[in-house]
Write a protein that binds this ligand. Structure first.
Ligand code: RFL
Ligand code: PHB
Length: 393
């Protein structure tokens, strides 16, 4: 037997965007129900982002979500870049912007958000199958889903599509309305987690063998990446092969600081730039990876998801307090301005730091000349530092 439930905002997807949106709305007295296709265990098993912009940290603090972040996360004043065996060159974002970033894993943020929603009695429906959206352009949109074989119905004022790149929300917008822009890069990132002390800084490397980077989660958990062909599988990369590639690409000075050990996780992610416009159709608002994907170079994906949540939550709160829909009307345009800025930065960094299949010796030297220009030019560093630490919301 099916039941009909009513709420103010249906949130499709219980990843970081959906959880954060429901948390902020609840603090403002606005009801929501999250529909998540998988389970909490599955969401928490995903190892993804690690670097938080200043604005994301501020937003987590403002909404009472930073207790663990402030004890376990670490502050970074900038990022190192190495190439052609150079010693580390440091983009000092604190000097250029007065702001800092933090490393703290997406898994930990998601755990903190689940704990906050549980403490507040938030409704998260897990294993919601076949979610479909109806009457999106009417004043009473609704969602159907199947749970334990039974179809259910939820009616609401608004729907927030927080269901990632492969979700149902973006696909519910007619092709005649939605314009999409896409670039798929001809390589992937092999990510490795190891229970070893990380090198102190986040470091990107440009090397003729391909990109590499050092990151971290906490004082005993390191996160590393190396560029690899898309045809590779994690099984092609023994720990020895991975550590050899990483230390070669980082060069001898950084390699000396890297403590190797057994990997505890290995996975390969493809790299893509993707933007869908507009981010609103009728009463449906797209948020986070449902509307845009950036390659991980520059660490923008989760931060963009949180800036979308910032704009949409403020617009919804304003609507429920004053009855005015102007924030909702400008949501897509406001969010997209920041989306395109981050899409540009992550595309630029991806081009600067990776080895492309068709690249010749002169292309490699031109990348190195560009990096040298950056190293010598304070204005160029400042121009990078600002979008890197994150444009203000
Ligand atoms: P998510 O995390 O994909 O969550 C979407 C949720 O929706 C559910 N879902 C559905 N639910 C109901 N019905 C359906 N039909 C559904 N279809 C899907 C899914 O199960 C899921 O739970 O999107 P969200 O919330 O927008 O969050 C986006 C972030 O996850 C993503 O942007 C970042 O992880 C990107 N990213 C990074 N971002 C950063 O800001 N800093 C970083 O350092 C960073 N590093 C990374 C990254 C992403 C990576 N990978 C693997 C893509 C490093 C990597 C390697
Ligand atoms: C990470 O810590 O996972 C990370 C850091 C910086 C990036 C991408 C990913 O640019």
């Amino acid at each position: 037997m099916s039941t009909t439930t009513r709420t103010q905002v249906i949130i499709v997807g219980g990843g970081p965007s959906g959880l954060m949106l429901s948390h902020i709305l609840a603090q403002a007295g606005i009801e929501s129900i999250i529909l998540e296709r998988t389970s909490r265990q599955h969401v928490l098993s995903r190892i993804r982002a690690g670097v938080l912009e200043a604005g994301t940290v501020q937003m987590l603090r403002q909404h009472g979500l930073a207790q663990r972040l402030d004890t376990e996360g670490s502050v970074h004043n900038g990022t190192g870049i190495v190439w052609a065996g150079h010693e580390q060159f440091f983009i000092d974002v604190k000097k250029h912007t007065g702001r800092t970033m933090m490393t703290y894993g997406q898994t930990a943020i998601t755990e903190d958000l689940y704990a906050a929603r549980d403490a507040a009695g938030g409704v998260i429906i897990e294993a919601a199958a076949d979610v479909a959206l109806h009457d999106i352009t009417g004043s009473r949109p609704w969602a159907s889903y199947r749970q334990d074989g039974v179809m259910q119905r939820i009616e609401a004022d608004f729907i927030a599509g927080c269901d990632g790149f492969h979700g149902v929300s973006r696909r519910s917008i007619p092709e005649t309305v939605l314009q999409t822009f896409e670039k798929v890069y001809p390589f992937g990132w092999l990510g490795v987690m190891s229970r070893t002390p990380p090198v102190p800084e986040i470091i990107y490397a440009n090397h003729p063998d391909g990109f590499a980077m050092c990151s971290q989660r906490n004082p005993m958990l390191s996160r590393y990446y190396v560029q690899c062909p898309l045809s590779d599988t994690p099984e092609d990369w023994s720990d020895d092969r991975f550590w050899n590639a990483l230390t070669t690409r980082m060069g001898p000075v950084i390699a000396d600081q890297i403590e190797t050990g057994p990997s505890i996780e290995k996975s390969i992610a493809p790299l893509r730039s993707f933007v869908a416009e507009p981010m609103r159709w009728g009463q449906l608002f797209l948020v986070g990876d449902a509307a845009h994907i950036v390659p991980p170079t520059g660490a923008k994906g989760l931060n963009l998801a949180f800036s979308d949540v910032f704009y949409l939550s403020r617009a919804l709160i304003d609507f429920y307090r004053t009855g005015k829909g102007s924030g909702l009307d400008s949501y897509s345009e406001t969010a997209l301005r920041r989306v395109w800025s981050a899409t540009r930065l992550s595309w630029w960094l991806t081009n600067l730091l990776h080895r492309f299949p068709e690249q010749t010796a002169i292309d490699q030297r031109l990348q190195e000349a560009e990096l040298d220009f950056l190293r010598r030019n304070e204005d160029a560093q400042r121009a990078l530092a600002r979008p890197y630490v994150g444009e203000p919301f």
